[in-house]
Ligand binder design. Structure first.
Ligand SMILES: Nc1nc2c(c(CN[C@H]3C=C[C@H](O)[C@@H]3O)cn2[C@@H]2O[C@H](COP(=O)(O)O)[C@@H](O)[C@H]2O)c(=O)[nH]1
Length: 306
């Protein structure tokens, strides 16, 4: 994920709406270095897990739909994860590749037990079809086969997903440069690692290469911690719940500076305190803090990527 790291750093070195406050970042690191909060994967108890290939299929479907909940005040990630789990428990073939290719919007809504159209529903359906079609065409219909072909490398898995599934190619243009963020592809690797506790389908020798997952929760937490500084215009937009356009400088800076800030935290933990920490662990700590603190305002961007 060198591209994610270097292109995010590139944005952070030229950004004007968002800045990483290195002094505040150091203060946070000084505070947490001897008791880095560890949050367990599935601390909520909402995910499907059977220790086998069906779990891999479930996680790929979950992460294909893991974006943009905020337009509906009542919808959140927990609801998605737990309703997909219930659907699979009720019908073990619900996520078979041929079934994925045929869901309609109303059927998806029914599966998720949601009484009204989902945010970006047509996109969600299209992305499900894309996953089903490509799984069938290249991996015998099995997400587990996709994972098996990456040689226990999370980096290869992310690259493979980006190559096969256009909907996972999370990138942006910023001042003419291509910036790679790969939120859903990376979170799929991290979910496997977390669910299978680093064994079997979750065994990756290079899990430390994964960065955080630039969504709309983590930037809000980093702002709350003082690690990210926002311009007053951006602060106003976020606090007044104004939509921020996908691909705008503000949006790219929010996401890229979040990635860069957490990479800097890791670096400091290693150089100042000799502590080797994974971005995946820092991400889960920050994200869990963010979703428990519902008063934090987050940026609102219509996007299929996060
Ligand atoms: N950075 C980061 N972003 C994450 C997650 C997760 C869930 N990961 C699971 C894995 C193990 C744990 O047990 C978690 O359950 C979801 N999101 C993002 O949050 C947003 C949804 O927010 P809200 O509208 O409040 O539900 C949306 O952009 C969604 O894509 C994460 O881990 N890291």
């Amino acid at each position: 994920m060198e591209e994610v790291r270097t292109t995010s750093a590139w944005v952070a070195s030229r950004s004007s709406h968002v800045k990483v406050d290195i002094q505040e970042l150091e203060n946070v690191v000084d505070k947490i270095h001897d008791s880095i909060p560890k949050v367990e994967w599935d601390f909520e108890g909402i995910h499907y897990f059977d220790n086998g290939p069906l779990t891999v299929q479930y996680l790929l479907v979950l992460d294909a739909l893991n974006f943009c909940f905020w337009p509906d005040d009542d919808l959140d990630y927990d609801h998605l994860a737990s309703s997909l789990k219930a659907a699979l428990e009720n019908d073990q073939s619900a996520f078979d590749a041929d079934r994925l290719q045929n869901y309609t919007g109303p059927e998806l809504r029914k599966m998720l037990k949601w009484p009204r159209p989902l945010p970006l529903e047509e996109e969600r359906v299209r992305l499900l079809h894309e996953v089903g079609l490509e799984l069938e065409r290249s991996f015998g219909g099995q997400a587990a086969a996709l994972v098996n072909s990456c040689g226990n490398s999370a980096v290869s898995l992310v690259a493979l997903i980006a190559r096969h599934f256009p909907g996972f190619r999370d990138h942006s243009l910023y001042k003419g440069h291509q910036i790679f963020l790969y939120k859903r592809a990376q979170i799929f690797a991290a979910d496997l690692w977390g669910a299978f506790k680093g064994e079997a389908y979750g065994s990756f020798y290079d899990i430390s290469s994964i960065t955080i997952f630039a969504d709309y929760i983590v930037p809000a937490v980093l702002r709350d911690l003082g690690v990210l500084w926002y311009s007053s215009a951006l602060l106003n937009s976020i606090d007044s719940r104004k939509e921020i356009c996908a691909g705008s400088e503000e949006e790219v800076e929010l996401r890229a500076c979040s990635i860069h800030a957490v990479e800097k935290m890791r670096e400091l933990l290693a150089t100042k305190y000799n502590k080797q920490v994974l971005s995946v662990d820092l991400d889960l700590w920050l994200w869990a803090f963010g979703v428990r603190n519902t008063s934090l305002q987050h940026h609102r961007t219509l996007s299929i990527y996060y």
